[in-house]
Ligand binder design. Structure first.
Ligand SMILES: *[C@@H]1O[C@H](CO)[C@@H](O)[C@H](O)[C@H]1NC(C)=O
Ligand SMILES: *[C@@H]1O[C@H](CO)[C@@H](O)[C@H](O)[C@H]1NC(C)=O
Length: 441
């Protein structure tokens, strides 16, 4: 028994160690482009920028020792140590396995803390004097995880001329690209974390969601966290989870009912006094079409005469749709009938599209007899949809042996029936005639 518990304890210790080793080693060393304005070359028309490779050692604890070996292609001055107690930057999508071709994207820029004049942000910097804490080196870093799993933007601070940065603000989204069906509620994930030990924390925050589509931008919602007030809502049915916002920094945007016009890019911006960070997300409303075939049912097809079938796809978004026809004969084999003549699209009041295709069925040319199933196929981002009608072609079909036998049988029965009827008729007819003859006599 004691042996058993000892083994049990040992294995538990081993597991705990393993987990600890895994979690501490999961904070990445990130290659990052340091982009900044070129110094000493003023007078140019466009603001010239320089791009240098840098290396970010991420850790959750400021005191963790790190191996300080910089790769030869990175200048030692461009190696930074970033403490992120919330471990946001230790997400696995930022830490690909060694030798992986795909790398997370990273860009780091110098950042200048400054008050904002936006109506819902300005109250954060009401007190005129800016804190002494601002006098430091500030950087803004934008990161994209692998496979679009994650986007993070951080604001970090380092005592002037040091390379030991602390994350002060990070804004994260786990839904970089969202697809939603029409009419469904949509959640656009956005969360933020503020270093509780920073003097900038605890004096309020503001959240702003903006929408952007083809260069056209507008405000969706603005929230002043200092006075706990929605400063502006310009999109009906857009809201935040206010409890989650204050308790866990959950700034996710909720759209109660997805509409086609909601497709586009959303930018979640979080403001602290003097600081700002933002992440962008893409929302696409994807609704597959509903199909209907006219006429339905199809009239009997007469060989030599064309039969026109129409298929209407409606209520779909986005616009791109591929319409085609298929025929499945009695042998169970399907073959394509082409796309027919596809019409231009129309847009309905709710932003969804409709489009139709017309097919001329040439019942002689194509081997369609004695019939089968005609199917309209619509391939769309939201899924493939099909609608079928039964096609019956009359005549010209060579009957099978069973059919012939049956026909002979039917003919025989009919013949017998006619014979019988005509016999009873003539016999009764002659009787009546005979009786009438008698009366007349
Ligand atoms: C944020 O809030 C939304 C809405 O209440 C919720 O569905 C979501 O799970 C929350 N996200 C996190 C990370 O807690
Ligand atoms: C039948 O349809 C084919 C195309 O499928 C067309 O070429 C032909 O002219 C049509 N025939 C008649 C009688 O309309």
């Amino acid at each position: 028994m004691t042996n058993f518990s000892a083994i049990y304890k040992l294995s538990l210790v081993a597991v705990v160690c393993f987990i600890k080793a895994c979690s501490s080693s999961s904070c990445p060393v990130l290659e990052c482009w340091l982009v900044q304005e070129k110094t000493g070359r003023g007078g140019g028309l466009a603001a010239a920028t320089s791009q240098e490779k840098s290396l970010l050692h991420i850790r959750t604890d400021r005191h963790t020792a790190e191996p300080q070996q910089a790769p030869s292609n990175i200048h030692a001055d461009r190696v930074y140590f970033i403490s992120d107690p919330a471990a946001t930057l230790c997400h696995r999508s930022l830490n690909p396995p060694r030798g992986s071709v795909e790398k997370p994207q990273c860009e780091i820029n110098p950042f200048l803390p400054q008050p904002s004049t936006l109506k819902w942000v300005a109250p954060l910097t009401d007190s005129a004097s800016s804190p002494i804490n601002l006098q430091a080196d500030w950087f803004s870093t934008a990161l994209q995880g692998l496979n679009g799993q994650l986007a993070i933007s951080t604001i970090t601070r380092a005592p002037t001329a040091t390379k030991e940065h602390d994350v002060i603000l990070s804004v994260t989204t786990k839904t970089v690209s969202v697809q939603a069906r029409l009419g469904e509620p949509v959640l656009l994930d956005c969360g933020f974390w503020v270093d509780p030990s920073s003097p900038l924390s605890g004096s309020g925050f503001a959240v702003e969601w903006r929408y952007q589509f083809r260069g056209d931008g507008r405000l969706v919602l603005a929230y002043d966290g200092k006075t706990d007030r929605l400063a502006d809502v310009q999109e009906e049915g857009a809201t935040l989870d206010f409890e989650g916002l204050h308790q866990e920094g959950n700034a996710s945007l909720i759209l109660l009912e997805a509409k086609v016009r909601h497709s586009g890019m959303y930018i979640c911006t979080v403001y602290l006094p003097y600081l700002v960070a933002q992440v962008a997300l893409e929302l696409e409303i994807v609704e597959p079409p509903s199909l209907s075939i006219h006429p339905s049912p199809l009239p009997l097809a007469v060989p030599g005469r064309n039969l026109t079938v129409q298929c209407e796809a409606s209520g779909f978004a986005p616009l791109s749709l591929e319409l085609s026809w298929e025929f499945k004969g009695t042998d169970g084999k399907s073959r394509p009938l082409g796309s027919g003549s596809v019409t231009g699209h129309r847009q309905a009041w709710d932003g969804t599209y409709s489009q139709s295709t017309r097919l001329e069925l040439d019942t002689t040319k194509l081997d369609l007899s004695p019939g089968g199933e005609v199917t309209c196929v619509a391939v769309h981002l939201g899924g493939t949809r099909r609608a079928s009608v039964t096609l019956n072609v009359i005549g010209l079909s060579t009957p099978s042996i069973e059919d012939s036998m049956a026909m002979v049988g039917v003919a025989l029965v009919l013949y017998g029936l006619i014979k019988f009827v005509s016999w009873t008729c003539t016999s009764s007819g002659s009787d009546e005639a005979g009786q009438q003859d008698k009366k007349e006599k």
